[in-house]
Ligand binder design. Structure first.
Ligand code: ADP
Ligand code: GLC
Length: 520
């Protein structure tokens, strides 16, 4: 079956009558800064197959810690038909185990404190080629890509991700013994951002596109590690950030083009509030036309008619499966069957995601006859707060600590509303998954949440990241829930919202062309 087709732009729906300031919750888009360009529409000139090395520290086919893993699995596939793209990823245990056909095809020699690494080549079942950076001492040790089993950053992360960055640059320079050489490096976030710097330091003119998925994670390390990474004292300028090494800053300085995962976030990071100290640098890029935003897509596995994680399927015309999924989630989280709205949180439990705000409205939800289902793991203090909440409201708040793809999908398929009061959100995928499954996001109007949610049509937005604003929005949700006609119209509009990777992929291809043309 093909995904839901969109026949027309969803028609704006009436917003439920509101008390006091609630109507003021309607969020207007900020005027677009001219300097921060949106990605131009794709053209027919995308015929030439560009050779692109897509570098990432996670990929959902093997291992994922967040949305980057999803993007790394989808975007290369979206551009693959129209470009010769290969993925480069560290050889974690999961990658080695998931690559039964792995064969060694190249080598990156040791340099300073970075050990020599082999390069393996594997092909995923659908034919996508993957280059694996094989170095057991750096990557085969359990835990997650970034932290050990107790949640602490690996102490040698600087070397681990400098090795990834450097391997990308050496491959681009044609010095890794491979028969294939990319024309363009597409780097993702701080773990491979340093590749843009190594390219320049090695005198290469292969262009680099750096996609920032989250500016708050910059890859900061003590300055005295520079020599071990092969960074000489005359190269320190671009990588030094307030007395530390910043992989992300170096990437931004040396990349030919920087983009982020939504237009609104691209605008926001040029200001001090969201710029994480890099706003001046990013503003200069914007002024030079070298900062843009492309909203992520979602892949076709997010289809309530066919999702293999769901026992009960549904579509725009048959809602019974939604109801069955709601019961299933209630049972899984130890909640009694209730007729009120079910609110869900599917999230990493970190400051960014505003979990304290979601916890602050739990009492309101319970008192009004609703329920709250939370799935997630992360910061121990937030995990403890969430667990305490379920003890305090045992029949209204259910918690599953940790990550479970199947349960997460059932929650999108069964919950009525998704709480996403993120303090900042570069793009956000959860709200798009929820929409596709007819679960309406309730979100802070920031970053990609502005670009993907139409207030009162495909979800509910509120203006400031504080508990009162969220509380008022939750009141709106209760009112919406009591108006079945409006509720199902909004669900339909959310499910029909276009958001495929085909569209985002076309924008990336256009951006690849632009970067390459500028270079020519
Ligand atoms: P971020 O990358 O900042 O965590 P996104 O919304 O972009 O936020 O992506 C989060 C991804 O992680 C989505 O695929 C979401 O479904 C998934 N996810 C988050 N929490 C959980 C969880 N507890 N269990 C399973 N999947 C989760
Ligand atoms: C980051 C961001 C999230 C985004 C994801 C994928 O983890 O926090 O907003 O959706 O990357 O781009």
């Amino acid at each position: 079956m093909s995904p839901p087709r969109v026949s027309a732009v969803p028609v704006p729906l009436p917003v439920p009558a509101a008390e006091g300031v609630v109507r003021g919750n309607r969020v207007r888009r900020a005027p677009r800064l001219r300097a921060v360009e949106s990605a131009p529409a794709p053209t027919a000139s995308t015929a030439r197959a560009r050779r692109v090395l897509f570098v990432t520290s996670e990929m959902a086919d093997y291992i994922k810690a967040g949305g980057l893993g999803d993007v790394a699995a989808s975007l290369p596939r979206a551009v693959r038909g129209r470009s010769d793209v290969r993925v480069l990823i560290p050889g974690y245990d999961e990658v080695i185990a998931g690559s039964p056909d792995l064969r060694l095809v190249g080598r990156v020699p040791a340099r300073a404190g970075i050990p020599a690494c082999d390069i393996g080549e594997a092909t995923l079942p659908d034919g996508l080629p993957v280059l694996v950076l094989v170095c057991p001492a750096l990557y085969q040790r359990g835990g997650s890509p970034y932290v050990d089993g107790s949640g602490q950053d690996w102490s040698d992360n600087a070397v681990r991700f400098a090795a990834l960055s450097r391997a990308a640059a050496v491959i681009a320079c044609g010095n890794a013994g491979l028969e294939w050489q990319p024309e363009l490096l597409h780097l993702n976030d701080w773990p491979c951002a340093l590749a843009a710097a190594y390219l320049r330091w090695y005198g290469s003119d292969v262009p680099a596109l750096l996609t920032i998925h989250n500016l708050a994670y910059q890859g900061l390390f003590p300055l005295d590690q520079a020599a071990a990474l092969g960074v000489s004292s005359d190269q320190l300028d671009s990588i030094t950030f307030h007395g530390r090494l910043s992989f992300l800053q170096a990437g931004i300085v040396h990349a030919d083009q920087v983009n982020t995962v939504s237009e609104s976030y691209a605008r926001q990071i040029t200001g001090p509030e969201q710029g994480c100290g890099l706003d001046a640098l990013l503003s200069r890029h914007a002024a030079g036309g070298r900062l843009s935003g492309i909203v992520n897509g979602i892949d076709s596995s997010w289809d309530p008619r066919t999702d293999r994680h769901l026992t009960e399927h549904f579509d725009l015309h048959r809602w019974e499966g939604r109801v069955a999924n709601k019961r299933r989630v209630q049972r899984a989280l130890g909640l009694p069957h209730g007729e009120g709205p079910l609110f869900a949180v599917v999230s990493r439990l970190v400051h960014q995601k505003g979990l304290d705000l979601s916890c602050a409205v739990a009492h309101q939800i319970a008192a009004a006859g609703g329920q709250l289902a939370i799935i997630g793991g992360g910061e121990p203090r937030i995990e403890a707060d969430v667990a305490a909440l379920s003890r305090r409201f045992p029949s209204s708040v259910g918690v599953y600590p940790g990550f479970d793809e199947g349960l997460a999908r059932k929650m999108f398929a069964g919950a009525d509303f998704l709480l996403m009061p993120s303090r900042f959100e570069p793009c956000g995928l959860s709200q798009m998954y929820a929409q596709r499954f007819g679960c309406l996001p309730i979100a802070h109007a920031t970053g990609g949440l502005i670009d993907t949610i139409e207030d009162g049509v495909t979800g509910l937005l509120f203006d400031s990241a504080d508990a009162d604003a969220l509380r008022r929005c939750v009141q709106r949700a209760f009112r919406t829930y009591r108006m079945p006609g409006l509720l199902s119209a909004m669900r339909r509009a959310a499910m029909l919202r276009p958001g495929s990777w085909d569209l985002a992929g076309s924008h990336y291809l256009r951006l690849y062309d632009r970067v390459l043309e500028r270079q020519a």
